[in-house]
Design a binder for this molecule. Structure first.
Ligand code: CS2
Ligand code: MG
Length: 416
């Protein structure tokens, strides 16, 4: 047993912005938690620094559940991405400390090893079908055994999920960075993209037809709809994709509308994944109890940490629903490692999203996890297995940036 004696928030931007909490206990053991909320980073940094850190010093580091309940119930203002990312950072840092004190990799405290490694999916993309096929090939060469496919849409400009440059397959660092609206940093504003759902619905089945024709029926393929369809549109896409046997169709309708998936579910057998923007188990309540989804997509970082996501996963398990935790590069290596320890331990693990972080990010965050032959391995370091180098982090000051926004062709704001 040891009390928390120190808590510091680090904001760094090695290629993109990350917010990290470091807790230290009376024995000098340190733990890290990821608090990165892409495009809204400083809100979480302030929530931690101004509202949670004053409550942490002097608390018992071992009492993780009690600290979680204290911060969640104690706020009165429950849930929401800022609150839950801040609580997640505290929670994960405390698990890191506990595992380091026990001198074991964190997954040992979560039930031990349920599998030899976590199946990871990578992101293939391209503006045109030939580029997509090349991108799939690159991912296969890198060892990926499951691949998400995102495509440009005829008549539209830049589209979410499609890498802007043709950097190597598994290392598309520029994927969906929060970016400056005007080069040179004059006025900071989100880039505006244009969207046409009918063009998208016409095009996407042709992409999957081409990928299946080239790579055969076996490769697990995934696709992300980024909350842009109505239930009817989503149902029609799900049906059109049935011949291509997707591993999942993600975020087909706006995530806040749980009831929307009733119609989609009744119309198509394409597996459904949702939840990257969820914060608590209550966002999943209808979806899980009515068996409207197949995979939960939450990130440890945005869902109150390991303590809460572990409970969501157990709740899902009772209904035969599996995990597919969020893991784009806007989750820091600390958040990615936290997901991976759960992946290794949970019985109802399904798949883990994985995009390699940039070399600059991996210099600042020293990671113990590895990717071999399609599987992620947490490594045998104690705790999470990630350390933050403060000196290197200080070389990359915070760089304000926004995610893009999205408009229909007539200018109406739409979901990005
Ligand atoms: C995406 C995310 O990984 C995914 O499935 O939907 O990359 C999402 O766009 C970003 O996390 C937004 O910051
Ligand atoms: Mg997504």
């Amino acid at each position: 047993m040891a009390t928390i004696t120190r808590a510091e928030v680090n904001v760094t931007s090695p290629g993109r912005n990350f917010v990290t909490l470091r807790l230290t206990d009376a024995d000098g053991t340190t733990g890290l938690g990821d608090a990165t909320l892409n495009g809204r980073e400083l809100a979480v940094a302030s929530y931690l620094a101004d509202h949670l850190i004053p409550l942490l010093e002097g608390r018992e580091a071992d009492n993780i559940e009690d600290t979680w309940q204290y911060l969640y119930r104690g706020a009165y203002w429950r849930r929401g991405p800022v609150t839950m990312a801040a609580i997640a950072a505290v929670d994960v840092a405390l698990w890191d400390i506990k595992a380091k004190r026990a001198k074991v990799p964190l997954y040992q405290l979560l039930g031990g090893q349920s599998r030899i490694g976590a199946l990871a999916y990578g992101h293939a993309s391209g503006r045109e079908i030939p580029q997509i096929l090349d991108s799939v090939r690159e991912h296969l060469e890198l060892g990926y055994k499951a691949i998400r496919i995102q495509s440009g849409i005829p008549g539209l400009g830049s589209v979410y999920g499609v890498a802007a440059s043709a950097a190597g397959g598994g290392e598309r660092y520029d994927y969906e960075p929060a970016r400056r609206g005007i080069a040179g940093g004059e006025r900071l504003a989100p880039v505006e993209e244009a969207w046409d759902t009918r063009a998208y619905l016409r095009h996407i089945p042709t992409v999957f037809e081409a990928v299946r024709a080239e790579f055969g029926p076996d490769l697990p393929l995934l696709h992300d709809g980024h909350h842009r369809m109505t239930p009817r549109e989503a149902a029609s896409l799900g049906k059109a994709l049935e011949p291509y046997d997707l591993f999942w169709l993600e975020d087909c309708t706006p995530a806040e509308d749980q009831a929307a998936l009733r119609y989609v579910r009744s119309q198509t057998t394409t597996p459904i994944a949702i939840g990257e923007i969820f914060n608590t188990v209550y966002d999943y309540q209808t979806l899980i109890t009515e068996r409207l989804i197949d995979y939960i997509r939450s990130a440890v970082t945005h869902t109150g940490g390991i303590t809460h996501l572990n409970k969501i996963a157990d709740f899902a398990a009772i209904y035969g629903i599996k995990t597919g935790f969020h893991g784009p590069t806007d989750i820091s290596p600390v958040g990615q490692a936290a997901a991976l320890h759960l992946d290794i331990a949970l019985h109802n693990f399904g798949i883990q999203e994985y995009m390699k972080h940039s070399a600059a990010t991996l210099e600042v965050f020293d990671t113990g996890y590895t990717f071999t032959d399609g599987l992620l391995h947490p490594g045998d370091r104690m705790g999470l297995g990630v350390e933050l180098n403060d000196d290197l982090a200080a070389k990359h000051p915070y760089d304000p940036a926004y995610l893009p926004v999205n408009r229909l062709l007539d200018g109406t704001m739409h979901d990005w």
